[in-house]
Write a protein that binds this ligand. Structure first.
Ligand code: HEM
Length: 280
């Protein structure tokens, strides 16, 4: 009796497994995506990785929260500086008030987006400090450092462009200061200030411009750069802490190319380069 129940259970289990595996196998056979995901999740990392190595993922999480809350806000926000004569306020400011006061949990989504922006920037700096103090910017990770710096600049531009959107006094005057500061840069400054204002004065055109940069161009570029950043993290592996024997700056053990195209399309191991006496 017990044996029959067990056999039936395992038959049901097999059916369930087959039902779960079918779509996964279907996708893997046609795209190789599952293998790629498995490689990403189960790759080897140095044994002495520690909590400091989670700062990059924390930054990524903060960015994803910004993206998600931003999409929800964009469903209700109006980038329109026109003043409604009935209320005496602009459509943009009115829509922010509507999100905060009338929509279910609107105050929470807006609050998460507003405070999350600071969390994202703070985590960016913490992550960058970790990378710097661990020497992880050294060969062969210089390119990832450069991509990181670009991410930092774009991240701060997100903060700058987002600050104007509530279209209240604080937003307006902070943007006046920001644009004037940019305008003082040598040669390019006045052009940059003109581009940001979208005219001689800060007005409706500036608002639409900042909105477009804030919710299309900059997040798109950040998503693409994060993809590249993570690809390089996976390709090169993460750096051990400076107190480890495997710390950054010790020899890089990439196998040198065997087809004579080292350094062009194939990485040339720096240790092999040195061993061959090429840089002595
Ligand atoms: C949106 C912003 C960013 C995200 C989502 C991000 C994400 C990550 C993640 C998940 C890692 C691997 C785990 C870790 O080391 O924490 C990493 C590594 C790295 N990041 Fe970032 N990062 C960002 C910005 C930056 C910035 C601003 C810099 C430097 C200017 C930077 C430079 C690096 C470097 C060089 C590595 C390799 C570290 C190693 O090999 O140990 N990243 N990043």
């Amino acid at each position: 009796m017990a044996v029959t129940t067990r056999t039936r259970k395992s038959a049901r289990r097999r059916q369930l497994e087959a039902a779960i595996n079918y779509p996964i196998d279907w996708l893997e056979e046609r795209s190789g995506l599952i293998g790629g995901l498995r490689y990403f999740l189960f790759r080897k990392v140095p044994g002495d990785t520690n909590w400091f190595h989670t700062l990059g993922s924390a930054t990524l999480t903060a960015f994803l929260v910004q993206a998600l809350t931003g999409v929800i806000l964009a469903m209700y926000y109006q980038p329109d500086a026109t003043v409604n004569p009935a209320t005496g306020t602009s459509a943009a400011y009115g829509s922010i008030q509507h999100i905060t006061n009338d929509l279910t949990l609107g105050w929470l989504v807006r609050g998460m987006h507003k405070w999350g922006a600071s969390v994202f920037i703070i985590l960016l700096f913490f992550h960058m400090a970790r990378v710097f103090l661990f020497g992880a910017y050294k060969y062969p990770r210089e390119l990832n450092w450069i991509i990181g710096v670009t991410l930092l600049v774009f991240g701060m531009l997100e903060g700058f462009t987002g600050y104007l959107l509530p279209w209240d006094q604080t937003a307006y005057w902070a943007t006046v200061v920001g644009i004037n500061l940019n305008g003082t840069a040598p040669i390019l400054g006045p052009f940059l200030a003109d581009f940001l204002r979208g005219g001689a004065e800060i007005g409706g055109d500036t608002l639409s411009r900042f909105y477009s940069l804030h919710m299309l161009l900059l997040p798109g570029a950040i998503f693409a750069l994060i993809g590249l950043h993570l690809y390089l993290v996976i390709r090169l592996g993460v750096t051990s802490p400076p107190w480890s024997r495997e710390a950054a700056g010790t020899d890089w053990n990439e196998k040198p190319s065997e087809n004579g195209r080292s350094g062009l399309t194939q990485p040339s191991g720096r240790s092999a380069w040195r061993r061959n006496g090429a840089d002595t």
